[in-house]
Design a protein around this ligand. Sequence first.
Ligand SMILES: [Ca+2]
Length: 211
Amino acid sequence: MRTILQIAVIGMAVLVSSCGNEKKEENKTDKDTTKTEKPKKEVKKDEAASMDKEFKADKNGQWAIAAQASSSYAGTKTGKTASWSADQMIGKPDVEKYGDNGNAWASMEQDLGNEWVMLSYEKPVYATEVRIRMTYNPGAVARVELRDVNGQIVEVYNAKDTKKYNGKIAWFVTTFEKTKTLVKDVKITLDSKGVTGWNEIDAVQLVGTAE
Ligand SMILES: [Ca+2]
């Protein structure tokens, strides 16, 4: 009897100790996940370049076909020939280097307060993501709203951007639950006072599918 009891005790001890190991393993995994996620907060050197490539190849990504803005450094001038006009956000990215560039949109004043831009797309989609290419003084995106085919506005992002950009071209990406209705316009509000200098936008991609 004693022997059986002893075996049982040993068995339980083994079970307990193996459970302990499992927990340890779990903790280790959790810690590792946090560790790998940390660097995302800071924009790495070639991050934008690899995202450019990925986004340009995305079948579900559309580039804007029309654009408006609260103000523009081009004043009343419009079109692709007018540097910094809202129309500079139409189509694929075309600003190669970080800095002040007429191929991107810029507001009339650099740090006035809230500015907004509105982009329109050819194909209405059930949207899941908006990608904004910031090519000068990034980090001012404060709010992203979508307008569906019935004119209803849906807010998909509203927060202060705390990411460190370190003077590099960067993509602002906001991912959200697939919209319930078909969407065809994107409105972006910028806290231009919050990030010193002109907060220039090169291009904006709307991601979604027709079904
Ligand atoms: Ca552009």
